[in-house]
Design a protein around this ligand. Structure first.
Ligand SMILES: Nc1nc2c(ncn2[C@@H]2O[C@H](COP(=O)(O)OP(=O)(O)OP(=O)(O)O)[C@@H](O)[C@H]2O)c(=O)[nH]1
Ligand SMILES: [Mg+2]
Length: 223
């Protein structure tokens, strides 16, 4: 008897990649810059977005899709800082968002009024690395409380990301953490990685980040 093996995972990924192409085209046609925020749970994705929405939400026309395994807590937190719809995706156990979910979420978002889209992925340093959501770039956060070795332990996420945010710098005096070593480890797995150093609790802790977002939106508008 012949044996036929169907690689379900490969088919699922191929389908996802196809849908991601559609999402990317849709966002490009609308002139929207899009970032997929990935990190381990609790690295500070939502607080970073809360502050970014409060400070730049109107100026940059920011919309957000946020994924959670079980609750819509993050969406509720974010909705307090904007009058735009914050689209929650509850994955019901899945450890990552996929392109289909993002496509459905986009149906509810006013892309005409959006110039910058953030997708907050499920907190997990493994699964989201493999899933293209149609974003322009993945941005990986990691905080000073996580240890410098995360890029070496979870290399795929750092390889897939174009940008890295080293977060919670306000805690640096309280934890044994070397910024130099963390950056060196990250660049070892991805020499192209561009870093931002942030604290969402210090008044001027996001200035460099804001400059980056403004320049990305400006560049897309000019294109
Ligand atoms: N000291 C300090 N705490 C922070 C900072 N950013 C976030 N936090 C705290 O870290 C905890 C987790 O922050 P969240 O923004 O919920 O993290 P998250 O990455 O969205 O978490 P998940 O969505 O569960 O993956 C909260 O208690 C935040 O107040 C920061 O810059 N400095
Ligand atoms: Mg969150």
């Amino acid at each position: 008897m012949t044996v036929r093996t169907i690689d379900v995972r490969e088919r699922v990924m191929a389908k996802n990649d196809e849908l991601a192409v559609g999402v990317r085209r849709r966002l490009a046609d609308a002139g929207v810059v899009s970032f997929n925020l990935v990190s381990s749970p609790g690295s500070g994705k939502t607080l970073l977005l809360e502050r970014t929405l409060a400070d730049l939400g109107e100026e940059l026309g920011i919309s957000v899709v946020t994924g959670d395994v079980q609750t819509q807590n993050d969406a509720d937190r974010l909705a307090r800082h904007t009058d735009r719809l914050v689209q929650a995706v509850v994955t019901n156990g899945a450890c990552h968002l996929d392109a289909r979910q993002v496509g459905v979420a986009l149906d509810a978002i006013d892309l005409e009024r959006t110039r910058l889209l953030f997708i907050e992925n499920v907190g997990n340093l493994v699964c989201p690395a493999s899933w293209d959501l149609g974003e322009d770039a993945k941005i990986v956060l990691f905080s000073v409380t996580e240890g410098e070795d995360k890029p070496l332990k979870y290399p795929k996420m750092f390889q897939q990301a174009r940008y890295a945010v080293l977060s919670k710098l306000d805690l640096l005096p309280h934890v044994p953490f070397s910024v130099e070593r963390a950056v060196e480890f990250a660049r070892r797995v991805n020499p192209e990685l561009q870093f931002f150093f942030t604290s969402s609790l210090l008044p001027d802790g996001l200035e460099e980040w804001y400059g980056f977002l403004r320049s990305q939106v400006r560049r897309r508008q000019a294109a």
